[in-house]
Write a protein that binds this ligand. Sequence first.
Ligand SMILES: Nc1ncnc2c1ncn2[C@@H]1O[C@H](COP(=O)(O)OP(=O)(O)OP(=O)(O)O)[C@@H](O)[C@H]1O
Length: 638
Amino acid sequence: MSRKKQFKAESKRLLDLMINSIYTHKEIFLRELISNASDAIDKLYYQALQNGDHSISRDDLKIELAVNKDDRTITLTDNGIGMSKEELEENLGTIARSGSLAFKENMDAKEQPDDDVDIIGQFGVGFYSAFMVAHKVQVFSRKYNEDAAYCWASDASDGYTIDEVEMPERGTKIVLYLKENTDDENYDEYLESYELERLIKKYSDYIRYPIRMEMEVSVKKEGSEDEYETKKEIRTLNSMVPLWKRNKKDITTEEYNEFYKNKFNDFADPQKVIHTSVEGAVSFQALLFIPSKTPFNFYSQDYEKGLQLYSRSVFIMDKASELIPEYFRFVRGLVDSQDLSLNISREMLQHDRQLKVIASRVEKKIKSELLNMLKNDREEYEKFWNNFGLQLKYGVYNDYGMHKEVLQDLLMFYSSSEQKLVTLDEYVSRMKEGQEAIYFISGENIDKIDKLPQCELVKDKGYEILYLTDNVDEFALQVMMNYQEKPFKNINQGDLNLESEEEKKEIESKAEENKGLLEDLKDVLKDKVNDVKISSRLKTHPVCLTSDEGMSFEMEKVLSNMPDGNPYGMKATRILEINPNHEIFQALQKIYAEDKDAIEDYADLLYNQALLIEGFPIEDPMDFSNKICSFMVKASKL
Ligand SMILES: Nc1ncnc2c1ncn2[C@@H]1O[C@H](COP(=O)(O)OP(=O)(O)OP(=O)(O)O)[C@@H](O)[C@H]1O
């Protein structure tokens, strides 16, 4: 007999949880094991197709259940791909699957160990769930195209063993030795065939391979009219009709939800189910789900997009990325088409014409469903937007704006006047007469933006401003250039042209009158700003920093925060604008008239204030602080 090996630490923890679980829905162990068996058969069938192996017929593929009341065992057998010795070790000795990992991470985050009662059911915890009902588990397995077979065995607490065994046929046989009954728990019920039948119908009805079990059935005695006898009969317990092949009308929300959670390892119900059947040049069914939460790794490279691909209900591959555009990568689900070759390989996907047609229909369907949600269920759409809106904005920006037409109607931004998220269409429909542009401004968060001096006058004149808070926002608007022929305009850049002719003249004459002052201010700040101007966009605030068209401050900040740190040193122009109607301007005029050189400190302080308002660090905080103190001291002596 081989040496006992210990589980990897993380698996051990999960296992302990399973053994000691007081979770009330222990019955899910069967769903998990059947799902693994079905996956193993899928893998075998696909592999056989790839190898051109005709010895494997689809009709022979099956899952079998058997109970032995004397030994108190349940045996589950599949003739799928099987596992080699290394795979037994790798797959059953370590947590490999995403569901188990998420489960473990969630457990680690919980302080109270008792919380497992709530969360076990939320995750597909896979193979280890067998230990919720069994004190010992044996896995006999012989891999496809190999002669050697092995038995993995464990009573969980004390590690596991792997021994070579004889197995006449390929596949995997799992034997569960049920735990002893307790006051609270009757494990014997899993030895009743009707109970197992109920569980299969509840959780695994759609599995596409027959799940067979010997059942005791009552049949009429031969030659008798009303006499019955009990006979043993092998029965197929599942209907084998995949969920997506069934009529939408006959499927309950619960069935969709269970299917989604089980198949895509999510612990929450999906936010939206899209079930569609398309007949035409290429016919297919698609069953798509929008998760109700952002997957924890969604915005990282670990997240793999793609839909499962089936051909005539035969599983072809997982995560076929060609089926879903990058900007809808949050969609999970599957596509089944009778028009695809069973032999299609990953390499062929990119060039397959039918697949392109399917992908394009899938994209249109997702978009129209999202638009529907936006129109008919705003609250739900905002939930969706909060989860995945960022991805749509990246979608607009990526590929030089190639997809903006698809996505622009789905975008939302926070509005200054509505004080909530609005669409671009809503913005445009509310635009004031004569308003030529869609106004926006960026910043760290809504509150900070709302206080920016630049917003005050624009809001006062009754214009709506979109507040942008994500890094990608300005870049997305920049590639879009306009929406419904209205250009986007950053209210912190260039001229806004909001003033009347009269106001314009007044500003021009003020600029002329104070030419010397402005030029000297510019001179003092010559290394820091490109210009110093009389402002036409400030109302009550003294100063602000604006830039010319082109690169904006937010873009500069985003570039500077990139991993390579803005290597070309791309900078927005800096223009210091001073409010001519603010007392500070009169103070400047007075100081300037009395002693030209005295404006140096004023210039410096005003510039630094403008930097702070704009969210830029100031270059010399000590100097800034000292200057303010000396002004305060001076003021106290007046
Ligand atoms: N009946 C089986 N036949 C062949 N391999 C199996 C079988 N059961 C489990 N395995 C292997 O063991 C691995 C671990 O199984 P587990 O149920 O813990 O997670 P999983 O099935 O990978 O998760 P997921 O359902 O997310 O794919 C599987 O990925 C599979 O490779």
